[in-house]
Design a protein around this ligand. Structure first.
Ligand code: COA
Length: 254
């Protein structure tokens, strides 16, 4: 079965992460599929709203760690960047339904969504520093704008997971619900939006996003330069090696 499920109904396209045995860790083929769906849906008059979701106890463990080690993104044409550009520019409302872990890009992609509904079991994290890396997906720009510098610095420098209530207080999440209700609530809200006039939705979203659009793309590129270099560095190798060997990383001397 596909690792990205797509279901279209009543103007709502729902994309579901479906690699449960690896905690929905995202691989290049998964990013490529997400990007293809987003680009197709952007031009498809039948799609009025997009929902991105996982399961009742799992959003995504972020980028696949083995792939980071074995096949790091080689250029800005890599599927992960195609996906980031596609979601940053997606012209219709995007709703994320988040339960359980939302690691790395699982949290940063939310900054490109218009509405985020979370289960009270959602656990967000931005572990880049702890992995010897740096922020990605324009999160170094979008997170402080969304939650303020103090909270953004705390989350990005310490990289410690934070729960749904805190994410809600910070303004990252619109609403917290019991996990069993999250995906259904996202569908209900998507259905409400899909019944509204499309041009008004698109223009409203474009106006909301316009002030930061160019900066977002520039920052995605700037972060990617650092990220790609750091991925090959000793701290990232130690962090990922430790994760796969199920041991604590040792950054002494790094
Ligand atoms: N990439 C590759 N495999 C991953 C993964 C990832 N990002 N996250 C989890 N997995 C794999 C584990 O290696 C394990 O595989 P195995 O069964 O073959 O040993 C399986 O998924 C289950 O993961 P596990 O860690 O045992 O589950 P958990 O419920 O104890 O913890 C998480 C879940 C998401 C908290 C934890 O897996 C985690 O922190 N993942 C890494 C996140 C990360 O560093 N992502 C990169 C962000 S840039």
């Amino acid at each position: 079965m596909s690792e990205i499920l797509a279901h279209a109904e009543h103007g709502v396209l729902t994309l579901t992460f479906n690699r449960i045995e690896k905690k929905n860790a995202l691989t290049s083929p998964m990013y490529a599929r997400l990007a293809d769906h987003l680009m197709g849906a952007a031009d498809d008059a039948q799609t009025r709203v997009l929902v991105i979701q996982g399961q009742e106890n799992l959003f995504t463990a972020g980028n696949d760690v083995s792939e980071f080690l074995q096949r790091p993104p080689a250029s800005l044409e890599a599927p992960v960047f195609r996906f980031l550009r596609a979601i940053a520019d997606f012209p219709k409302p995007v709703i994320a339904a988040v339960c359980g872990p939302a690691v790395g890009i699982g949290t940063t992609l939310l900054l490109h969504c218009d509405l985020v509904y979370a289960g009270d079991n959602a656990l967000f994290s931005l572990p880049f520093v702890n992995l010897g890396l740096c922020p990605e997906a324009a999160s170094s720009l979008l997170l402080p704008l969304r939650v303020g510098h103090a909270a953004a610095a705390e989350k990005l420098l310490f990289g410690e997971p934070f729960a749904a209530d805190e994410a809600h207080e910070m303004g990252l999440v619109n609403r917290v619900l019991p996990p069993a209700e999250v995906n259904a609530y996202a569908q209900q809200q998507a259905g409400k939006l899909a019944a509204k006039p499309m041009a008004s939705l698109s223009v409203t979203k474009a106006l909301l996003r316009k002030p930061l659009r160019e900066a977002v793309h520039a920052v995605i590129v700037e972060e990617a330069m650092h990220f790609e270099r750091m991925l090959k560095g000793p701290a990232a190798k130690e962090a990922f090696g430790a994760f796969l060997a199920k041991r604590k990383p040792d950054f002494s001397g790094l």
